[in-house]
Design a protein around this ligand. Sequence first.
Ligand SMILES: Cc1cc2nc3c(=O)[nH]c(=O)nc-3n(C[C@H](O)[C@H](O)[C@H](O)COP(=O)(O)OP(=O)(O)OC[C@H]3O[C@@H](n4cnc5c(N)ncnc54)[C@H](O)[C@@H]3O)c2cc1C
Ligand SMILES: *[C@@H]1O[C@H](CO)[C@@H](O)[C@H](O)[C@H]1NC(C)=O
Ligand SMILES: *[C@@H]1O[C@H](CO)[C@@H](O)[C@H](O)[C@H]1NC(C)=O
Ligand SMILES: *[C@@H]1O[C@H](CO)[C@@H](O)[C@H](O)[C@H]1NC(C)=O
Length: 579
Amino acid sequence: TPNDDFCPGLTRKAMGAERAPQSQPCTLRLLVLIPILLSLAASQDWKAERSQDPFEKCMQDPDYEQLLKVVTWGLNRTLKPQRVIVVGAGVAGLVAAKVLSDAGHKVTVLEADNRIGGRIFTYRDQNTGWIGELGAMRMPGSHRILHKLCQRLGLNLTKFTQYDKNTWTEVHQVKLRNYVVEKVPEKLGYALRPQEKGQSPEDIYQMALNQALKDLKALGCRKAMKKFERHTLLEYLLGEGNLSRPAVQLLGDVMSEDGFFYLSFAEALRAHSCLSDRLQYSRIVGGWDLLPRALLSSLSGLVLLNAPVVAMTQGPHDVHVQIDTSPPERNLKVLKADMVLLTASGPAVKRIAFSPPLPRHMQEALRRLHYVPATKVFLSFRRPFWREEHIEGGHSNTDRPSRMIFYPQPREGALLLASYTWSDAAAAFAGLSREEALRLALDDVAALHGPLVRQLWDGTGVVKRWAEDPHSQGGFVVQPPALWQTEKDYWRVPYGRIYFAGEHTAYPHGWVETAVKSALRAAIKINSRKGPASDTEGQGHVHGVAGSPSHDLAKEEGSHPAAQGQFSLQHTTHTRTLY
Ligand SMILES: Cc1cc2nc3c(=O)[nH]c(=O)nc-3n(C[C@H](O)[C@H](O)[C@H](O)COP(=O)(O)OP(=O)(O)OC[C@H]3O[C@@H](n4cnc5c(N)ncnc54)[C@H](O)[C@@H]3O)c2cc1C
Ligand SMILES: *[C@@H]1O[C@H](CO)[C@@H](O)[C@H](O)[C@H]1NC(C)=O
Ligand SMILES: *[C@@H]1O[C@H](CO)[C@@H](O)[C@H](O)[C@H]1NC(C)=O
Ligand SMILES: *[C@@H]1O[C@H](CO)[C@@H](O)[C@H](O)[C@H]1NC(C)=O
């Protein structure tokens, strides 16, 4: 059931006791050396502890271990290879394409953009070589499926420093180091109640969750979550959470919980399970875009860039997928497939013409998807001045427009994530020119670190507003309280030959691993589908494209003779990635 499908990271305990990434075979081997009785006892303790924690129970995906197996061993090899078109070369599309093609299916990936990766997007500064993650940047240790995927692809992970005690919080013109905020948040000027004083912001949040914990115990996971879906986080914190208004304001300002204030409490709970300064995080050495790249180079099949899908027609034997080639031609190319996997975001799916149309419940579910904006502003400095303040990563918080500043770790250069805003806070940067956005972020960095930083800025920077991205048209999904209590598993059921995956189709929204899980689920379904196999045997599984002589990459875009089509074609088995 969808409500059981959480991030398996949160428990109040897990957040306190930082978890190490779980894919550590060495540790496992060491454990074997420990006397068996001891380890048995320990594992039973651990199990008992877990099963007693209702949050943890709610958080588990019932199929998590199965998905982990698929990511480790792959799908069973198919006896009936199908022609599968995957729409979208984000992480969901690429993972599905890889496991399906490994299982023997003929997979073609169609991507609207001129690059792969979607919301995994690494900016690389040509002059300095420094990188900035415009999209995903961290994975919690609990995301074992994603860890396993990275391991299988030979990607190296390293620590992402989420918390550094020497970072700052500045609100109401009061600026304190975060190790002080942890101990005496009332110093920031919030008129806290006596029992709220002297507690870290995280502990205050946990205090408020006590009632939710009782609900989970009393009602059980599904009923409690249904109840939580009906309320906003703000209602909950002030009502059942019994926090004072100043305490709620503190959580909003300091922990950016205000992004969830008017959204569903259930969503806030799921998000918090993966997003807390007390969790351990990793990142991909060399940049997150190595993940989509590694998927691309390990997959046999075609990936077409600049190939936006605009229409889909299902017939009794196959699906016809239309892609729009760029002007001036604007002739639609039609590709045929036995099955289609749609991984584009909600707004992008809404622009596709389906024939026959999507059933009403799916159209409604699509319209109900609530995307929040997310904006990042990077500024490039001549040196990592934060090191002089003994900051080696983590983030500062401010009530100024920039809200959250993330620092590169030592030896990672001086490209500063000067502002990361999402939900309502992202409005501060909406509509600004690039220069205005950079200036605004610089002002806030200067307010926190002193006017000297203006001289250290090298004048360059990057702004990424995901709500304005023509292909994702939003940052990620966070649902408001639901009008109807019918959040069924719409996305897990195919519509004829059309399957769905992507960040918006599973929980917790807004994570890479979620997109991966949804992709694996869809791939399992496609691989085990019974029914007529392809009736058009032979080569050229994608009509009109597979025979094209072009095998060039995006860099040669525009220099193509028109006859070769407007999109770039990648024979991933023959060519290295270049984009
Ligand atoms: C600012 C930001 C920070 C984030 N930080 C993290 C983080 O730290 N950790 C984490 O785990 N997650 C993070 N996330 C979430 C994570 O990036 C996403 O959940 C995940 O990348 C989504 O993958 P996807 O494949 O579902 O969708 P996408 O990556 O959006 O892929 C969909 C693809 O479909 C393509 N497409 C759209 N329409 C069409 C069409 N008509 N035809 C063909 N192709 C089409 C798009 O161009 C895109 O490439 C963050 C997201 C944002 C925006
Ligand atoms: C693979 O096949 C075996 C034996 O038929 C079956 O038990 C298993 O569930 C299959 N695995 C997947 C991922 O479908
Ligand atoms: C991972 O690290 C090893 C050892 O340092 C190195 O040989 C390898 O090239 C790295 N792989 C990637 C993808 O960075
Ligand atoms: C809520 O907090 C107030 C103030 O601390 C306290 O007096 C009251 O008993 C609390 N209510 C509940 C239901 O816990």
